[in-house]
Structure formats: structure tokens, C-alpha cells
Write a protein that binds this ligand. Structure first.
Ligand code: X7A
Ligand code: MN
Ligand code: MN
Ligand code: MN
Length: 259
């Protein structure tokens, strides 16, 4: 039995663990992000669970409806609630954001009454994928969602991948960009202190390069830096993970290795 902050029952509903708390928290996050972006701030959301991207992206889209999203992650986070193998909301956020998936979202989810999808499948691109569930593979295939897995990153190289990603989501080069950066998109050698690490990820150097390239468009508006869990791993791994997160956030503000 789980309870929310008010001590009322908050159990698994339609296979979403702690649905009410997750929904209500994201409702607040969306309000704060919308306000911050509307005041022309560059917004940094620190997590914590990747489920916060439901709030950050819906909030950002309220201020900039023409939003495009770059999702850096070992995972697609695309499981509709009833297809999730774990019931963990951090594996679901993208399914709540895509208009084409609205039919898969349970209508009666407590706390999520406010959450309306704000992206089309062409408005998002993945980089770093290497651990997908069956439903996610099927949805990516069915909706032709652009995904550069670690295989493509290795084959094409990070420069070609990020150039292709930017060309795809912002051909005119003027669309507002939201970077949702799951630290587990990086290789565990650079980010071990996270809940679901997966070997064979992006090097920190590649993560920095992708972020710098997005910043160089002049239209990167916001970053989610999520799934950082400094309670996991050795102290050395914790320091390394936090250092990597800071490097990526720093890269939002321009080149790091200035000559
Ligand atoms: N796809 C997973 C992991 C989600 C990771 C969330 B992220 O990206 O925010 O870190 C994994 C499900 N997986 C199924 C097979 C057994 C191990 C867990 C899920 O629980 O949905
Ligand atoms: Mn998580
Ligand atoms: Mn994630
Ligand atoms: Mn992940």
C-alpha cells in the first residue's frame, strides 16, 4: 500500500505505480516550466525520475507549441502504461506526450486529468538507445520514429548523427528544442550512479558534443538532466556521474573545449 504526501491511498492504477503522486507532481512541474520559458529563461530540470519529462515537455510546449524534442537515453521510455513490464512511470513518459499514442493511455488515471499529448511522432528523435522493450520496438517501427541507437552512433559517428537529428527535427533551423537527457544514455564508465545503467553507451565526450551542437543552433531552450542517483555506486562513481551531468549542462551554454 502506498500513500501520497497527504496520506491518502496512492496505489498502482492501470499499471502505473503511484499514479496520483506522479501525475500531480508533473502538473506542478508543467506550470513552473511554462512560466519560466515564457519569461525567456533557459530552463534546467534536474531529476530524479525521467517521468518528470511529462511535466517539463508539456509545460515547455504550452509556451512553444512548435517544440521539437531530442531524447538522449539508453531506453525509449515509450511504454504505454498497460504495456509496461515494470509499472515504473520512468519507462512511460514519451507515451504520454505523443498524440498518435493517446488511445493507449488509460482515461481514468488519477492525477493525469490535465496531461494532454503535445508532440507528433515526427517531433522527437532518439539518440543512444540500446535497451528496448517489445512494445517500444513495435511502436518505433509502426510510427517510424527516428531513433539513432548506439549501433548507428558507432556506424555513422556522433557528428553525422547529431547533424541528421537536427536537420530532421528542425530543417529550417529555427524550431525551439527541448533536450531530455537521461544520464544513462552515457556509458556507465561515465555515469554509473543511475537506476538502470546499460553498457555500451555514449562517451561523455559524445554527450557533450551532441549538447554543444544543439546549443549551436541558438534554439536550445531547455534541458532535463535526469536519472542521476547519487545514492548509488561507489563514491568515485557518484563523483564521476555528477561531474558528467555538470559537463552536459555546461555544454548547453556553448563549447567547452574552447581553443
Ligand atoms: N523499459 C524499462 C526501463 C525504463 C528505464 C527508464 B529510464 O530510461 O528513465 O531510465 C525496463 C524494463 N525492463 C524489462 C525487462 C527486465 C528489466 C526491466 C521499463 O521499466 O519500462
Ligand atoms: Mn527512474
Ligand atoms: Mn529515461
Ligand atoms: Mn534510461
Amino acid at each position: 500500500m502506498h500513500f501520497d504526501v497527504n496520506g491518502t491511498k496512492d496505489d498502482r492504477v492501470s499499471n502505473v505505480k503511484r499514479a496520483k503522486s506522479v501525475g500531480k507532481a508533473n502538473e506542478q512541474i508543467a506550470k513552473v516550466v511554462e512560466q519560466s520559458i515564457s519569461q525567456n529563461h533557459f530552463c534546467v530540470a534536474l531529476g530524479g525520475d525521467h517521468s518528470i519529462a511529462i511535466g517539463t515537455i508539456i509545460g515547455h510546449a504550452r509556451a512553444h507549441p512548435n517544440l521539437a524534442v531530442v531524447w538522449i537515453d539508453a531506453h525509449a521510455d515509450l511504454n504505454p502504461p498497460l504495456a509496461s513490464p515494470s509499472g515504473n512511470s520512468h519507462g512511460m513518459p514519451v507515451s504520454f506526450l505523443l498524440r498518435e499514442l493517446v488511445e493507449y493511455i488509460p482515461k481514468d488515471l488519477p492525477g493525469f486529468e490535465w496531461a494532454k499529448p503535445c508532440l507528433g511522432v515526427k517531433d522527437i528523435v532518439y539518440i543512444g538507445l540500446r535497451d528496448l522493450d517489445e512494445a517500444e520496438k513495435a511502436l518505433i517501427e509502426k510510427h517510424n520514429i527516428l531513433a539513432f541507437t548506439m549501433r548507428e552512433v558507432t556506424e555513422l559517428g556522433v557528428d553525422a548523427v547529431v547533424r541528421a537529428a537536427i536537420k530532421y527535427i528542425s530543417p529550417s533551423g529555427t524550431r525551439p528544442i527541448h533536450l531530455s537527457f537521461d544520464i544513462d544514455g552515457l556509458d556507465p564508465t561515465d555515469a554509473a550512479s543511475t537506476g538502470t545503467p546499460v553498457p555500451g553507451g555514449l562517451l561523455l565526450r559524445e554527450g557533450v558534443y551532441i549538447t554543444e551542437s544543439l546549443a549551436a543552433t541558438g534554439h536550445l531552450q531547455m534541458i532535463d538532466m535526469v536519472e542521476v542517483n547519487p545514492t548509488l555506486g561507489s563514491s568515485k562513481e557518484q563523483v564521476r556521474t555528477l561531474q558528467s551531468a555538470c559537463e552536459i549542462i555546461g555544454a548547453c551554454f556553448g563549447k567547452r573545449n574552447r581553443k
